[in-house]
Design a binder for this molecule. Structure first.
Ligand code: SF4
Length: 289
């Protein structure tokens, strides 16, 4: 199938980041319980790249996010090497790149990341590693284990890559407690690693089915569903009231400050650091070179 490059401007994006999205795969083998990409369908590969290459020639150089509804480094990538190819093409055409992943396979492409940093600058690439709980993988059973992701993020940081931690989604009654937050953050305590930024956000189901699925998976017996009873649907996404969001994220921010991490929020109306670059990228920057 032909790889598509599309404009990506979801509602409530924290820093107004109009950019492009590419999904090298359709569906996602990691199948996280809370994710809209979890459809239990077959994974398809978007390996025809000619149309994409042609399109790049006429597009202005904005950030390209690889994997908005799939993980670009899921298991199939090991064999296909499609994400790697796409990154090389994007770099050839001088497009800045954003990747969010749960996979240690991202380390395979360190050589390409260094090439980008050397030719275009470190800020040309941002890599977010998602870890939402260290000791309990019930919400992402099929993804690489959390401790592997910790090692992956540490390695990226050690290599000088512009990488950051995504502590999200924060799901009430699951990973919003001090112990869960601290056991992840403490692994990146200064000066052991140069982690600077943590991006966080509350769980925002995109359907009632997903909310029920998460509640069931966590054996919460309807507690999560009741907690979301006063949440509001906005453009197909369920947002908790601001007071609840603030209580949850104030805790994340307060613990992060013990480790000197900046906290950015993703699709919330609460901010803790002045730039709030949730993707560790400044979308207002002029990337023309
Ligand atoms: S890895 Fe990402 S895209 Fe894949 S199912 Fe999990 S949250 Fe969704």
């Amino acid at each position: 199938m032909e790889l598509q490059i599309k404009k990506f401007n979801p509602p409530f994006r924290c820093n107004g980041g109009i950019h492009y999205a590419i999904n090298p795969y359709i569906n996602c083998a990691f199948n996280c319980t809370y994710c809209y990409a979890n459809r239990d369908d077959k994974i398809e590969t978007m390996a025809a790249l000619n149309h994409f290459k042609n399109e790049l020639k006429s597009l202005p150089p904005r950030v390209v996010e690889i994997g908005t509804s799939t993980d670009a480094y899921q298991y199939m990538e090991k064999k296909c090497r499609l994400t790697r190819k796409i990154i090389q093409i994007l770099n050839k055409h001088r497009f800045p790149i954003l990747i969010n992943t749960k996979s240690d396979l991202v380390l395979r492409d360190l050589d390409v990341f260094h090439e980008i940093a050397d030719t275009m600058g470190k800020e040309w690439l941002s890599i977010g590693i998602s870890i939402n709980k260290l000791t309990d993988n019930r919400l992402d059973v099929a993804a690489p284990a959390a401790h592997k992701r910790v090692e992956t993020l540490k390695k990226l940081l050690d290599e000088g890559i512009n990488a950051y931690l995504r502590y999200d989604p924060v799901v009430p009654f699951y990973n919003d407690d001090e112990t869960s937050i601290r056991e992840v953050f403490s692994l990146f305590a200064h000066p052991a690693t140069p982690l600077k930024r943590v991006t966080t956000s509350t769980f925002k189901p995109t359907s009632k089915k997903i909310l029920r699925r998460v509640d069931r998976q966590l054996d919460l017996d309807g507690k999560l569903i009741r907690f979301y009873a006063d949440a509001k649907w906005i453009k197909g996404t369920l947002f908790l009231p601001n007071e609840k969001v603030k209580t949850i994220l104030d805790k994340v921010n307060s613990i992060a400050s013990d480790y000197n991490f900046d906290v950015a929020t993703c699709r919330e109306r609460i901010y803790y650091c002045s730039d709030n670059y949730c993707d560790n990228i400044d979308y207002s920057r002029n990337y023309a070179k």
